[in-house]
Design a protein. Structure first.
Lengths: 214, 267
């Protein structure tokens, strides 16, 4: 516990830990998306994959690690946000950017809150659903609800924005900044953010419009 | 360039919305002033001088603002002009901003640098001694004074010398803090840490320096860097955020591997 408090006490150590958790979460998202793509193959493939995961003896440990990453990423970011508000008690009447900020960087807090709301709804509807015997049917049922799909797509838009800043920002935080590589890292960050978000958002839209795998 | 050399464009007129605050305890408010007879070739500070001469002639209090060299190298001017630290130009201090950059008739808002770590003194002047305390924590090298050593006895590779010199151009004005959405001082600390970490003379205190300066920075109540890079855009010396990446590296290296790090920042 003491080392966690120490980590929060140092602005730089804290930001490195938030970035590290964030990058690991991006890795999780990539694996999660790959798993979701089994939906396209139909109930057998998707439920088979889900069962395969559920039977893996490492799953509980992986889930605990994942929850810890999410909690740390969120908690440390909240502490940071609170400190940052305190650092400028009296704001400017007008503060105009001079060319550093991006849409993604400006909206980090807003997209984070939307993603947190999404995460809670998402866990409740799938991970902690009362009957998980036929996950494919469970997912497809929610994906037939146009409001649910709308919220899902909106949240994935937030994910794209969040990661467009987050991924490249993590590299800077790890100290990776080089005239040869940084422009590439920035571009790749946006591409990965959009690909991940579009991949996730595609499935519910496909389920709603095409009615799922036939 | 002195005030009063009116260009062929004639003189200009401005409405100024200036932050007035009697003391740190006063709440402060914006007051509007009209200023006429402004030469397009006046600097922003000379325009404020003109305003103050008028105020003093009327028996009013002059607007307090920090200034010193007026040639862009001392880091004393500290104005947020129309919401931007040092005004709209890149790589420019407020003293090097000329009124021809504006349109006659414009309303210009002038505010102080705002951060908890830069407490208000009076009007547009704020106390930036937090930077001095960060420097005192580690922004120095320990070396014997005396006759200058033979220049070629300590070789410095050209790219490193260039990078160190780029970092060393930081004039410590605090525009990075003023422009940062989080009032973070990372670009300033990064410039100072980089400048010395890159040169052989900075090596003996390299780890101790970065640990102590980070600690002093956080103790002053600056915000946290969130990589928005407004600091780089506002920096009158164009200090690159690549220095912040170096600061992060230097800090991680020292925090993880410096044997004596529990002692740092205490002396």
């Amino acid at each position: 516990m003491r080392c966690l408090v120490d980590l929060l006490e140092s602005s730089i150590a804290k930001k490195i830990s938030v970035a590290l958790a964030g990058i690991l979460l991006v890795g999780f998202l990539a694996v999660h998306l790959a798993g979701n793509l089994f939906l396209l193959e139909g109930p057998q493939a998707f439920n088979g994959y889900a069962e395969h995961l559920a039977n893996n003896p490492l799953l509980p440990a992986a889930e605990i690690l994942l929850a810890a990453l999410f909690l740390w990423h969120i908690a440390a970011a909240l502490v940071t946000r609170a400190q940052n508000r305190k650092a400028r008690p009296e704001g400017y009447q007008s503060q105009r950017a001079k060319g550093g900020r991006t849409w993604g960087s400006r909206s980090m807090t807003a997209t984070a809150l939307l993603l947190l709301a999404f995460l809670i709804v998402h866990l409740k509807s799938f991970r902690f659903a009362s009957d998980r015997s036929d996950l494919y049917a469970l997912v497809m049922k929610d994906f037939q609800n146009k409001y649910y799909v709308g919220f899902y797509v909106l949240a994935m838009g937030a994910l794209a924005l969040h990661l467009s800043h987050g991924i490249q920002s993590a590299f800077q935080t790890f100290g990776v900044n080089h005239p040869r590589y940084t422009p590439w890292i920035k571009r790749t960050s946006v591409v990965v953010a959009v690909l991940l978000a579009a991949g996730f958002a595609f499935l519910p839209v496909w389920a709603l419009v095409a009615g799922g795998a036939r | 360039m002195s005030a009063g050399q009116a260009g062929s464009a004639g003189t200009m007129h401005f409405t100024l919305k200036i932050w007035r605050q009697k003391s740190a305890k006063d709440a402060g408010r914006f007051v509007s002033y009209e200023v006429s007879g402004v030469s397009p070739d006046m600097s922003f500070l000379e325009m404020l001088d003109l305003l103050n001469e008028g105020l003093i002639a009327k028996g009013d209090e002059a607007v307090a603002f920090d200034h010193d060299c007026r040639e862009g190298i001392c880091g004393m001017c500290s104005l947020v002009i129309n919401g931007q630290a040092h005004g709209p130009d890149k790589n420019t201090t407020a003293c090097q901003l000329y009124m021809r950059r504006f349109q006659s008739g414009d309303t210009i808002t002038v505010e102080p640098f705002r951060a908890r770590a830069f407490p208000a003194l009076r009007d547009l002047a704020v106390d930036r001694s937090a930077f001095d305390r960060i420097m005192a924590a580690g922004g120095f090298i320990s070396t014997n004074t005396g006759s200058a050593p033979e220049a070629n006895s300590v070789p410095v590779p050209k790219p490193k010398a260039d990078a160190a010199m780029d970092a060393a151009t930081c004039i410590g004005c605090g525009a990075c803090v003023a422009a940062c959405p989080n009032a973070a001082a990372m670009l300033f600390v990064a410039a100072k840490v980089s400048h010395m970490a890159l040169l052989p003379q900075g090596q003996p205190e390299r780890e101790r320096r970065v640990l102590a300066m980070r600690k002093a920075m956080d103790a002053e109540g600056f915000g946290n860097c969130s990589n928005e890079y407004e600091c780089e855009a506002a920096c009158p010396k164009g200090i690159s955020v690549s220095n912040i990446a170096r600061l992060n590296r230097e800090y991680a290296r020292a925090a993880l591997f410096f044997a004596d790090h529990a002692e740092s920042g205490k002396s």
